[in-house]
Write a protein that binds this ligand. Structure first.
Ligand code: DX5
Ligand code: ZN
Length: 223
């Protein structure tokens, strides 16, 4: 089943509660929250206080994507703040197993995030611990970037890798997904689709989510 996870990075931060409610009316089932530290990525966004406030503003699961240099130091605090899913970049955590276990022990889903140029082989030893893999289809840091098409094959290979190992790890994808490519993305094997611009940049977030859901079952011809 395909789930749409609107990224609040492209929402109006002064009206987050309303923006999320609108996306939920359109069928969104997860709220994607991009946490950036200005160090691992060249941008600063939100942190624990915003997650705490969002926890009171919506009943949807909060999916926190940690783009920070020391995720192990903060991961559990995000669960305490109300996050239901916490994902950590494979590129920065020297103690990935420990961080993933800590997130799970707190009762949240633990995810591993992989940048466009990071090979799938880096997931070998983490795959059986993770609940989901977040495949980046842009270089993290900003909303509104162009989808990197080579990531589609990576999603297909990851899907095979998970199946071959008999695991139930879910695949989430993040960056540049819109109505024109969501069909290919879901056909490749992604189940949780993050979308910022395609939801909050189109005027009506509810309609943005509906359009994505409609397009998610259609693969462009010839592809
Ligand atoms: C990028 C973030 C994304 C971003 C997606 O670093 O992780 O979640 O907000 O935005 P769009 O859908 O506009 O590419
Ligand atoms: Zn993200």
């Amino acid at each position: 089943m395909v789930e749409i996870a609107p990224s609040i990075l492209s929402a109006d931060f002064a009206r987050l509660g309303e923006e999320i409610a609108a996306a939920e009316r359109g069928g969104a089932t997860v709220v994607h929250c991009d946490v950036m530290d200005g160090h691992f990525v060249p941008n600063l966004t939100i942190g624990l206080p915003v997650i705490k406030s969002l926890r009171r503003a919506t009943r949807l699961p909060l999916d926190t994507h940690l783009m920070i240099s020391e995720p192990g130091r903060y991961a559990e605090q995000f669960v305490d703040a109300g996050a239901n899913m916490v994902s950590v970049h494979v590129e920065v955590d020297a103690h990935l197993n420990r961080t993933l276990m800590a997130i799970k022990n707190k009762g949240a889903k633990a995810g591993v995030v992989i940048n466009p140029a990071t090979p799938l082989s880096t997931l070998e030893e983490a795959l059986d611990v993770a609940d989901y893999v977040l495949v980046m289809s842009v270089n993290p840091g900003f909303g509104g970037q162009k989808f990197i098409p080579s990531v589609l094959d990576k999603v297909r290979r990851l899907r095979r890798m998970i199946a071959e190992r008999g695991l139930t790890v879910r695949i989430e994808i993040d960056g540049g997904v819109d109505r024109t490519n969501i069909g290919e993305v879901t056909a490749a094997g992604a189940e949780i689709i993050v979308a910022g611009t395609a939801v909050f940049g189109v005027g009506d977030p509810a309609q943005g989510v509906r359009d994505l859901l409609d397009a998610s079952t259609t693969v462009a011809s010839g592809k």
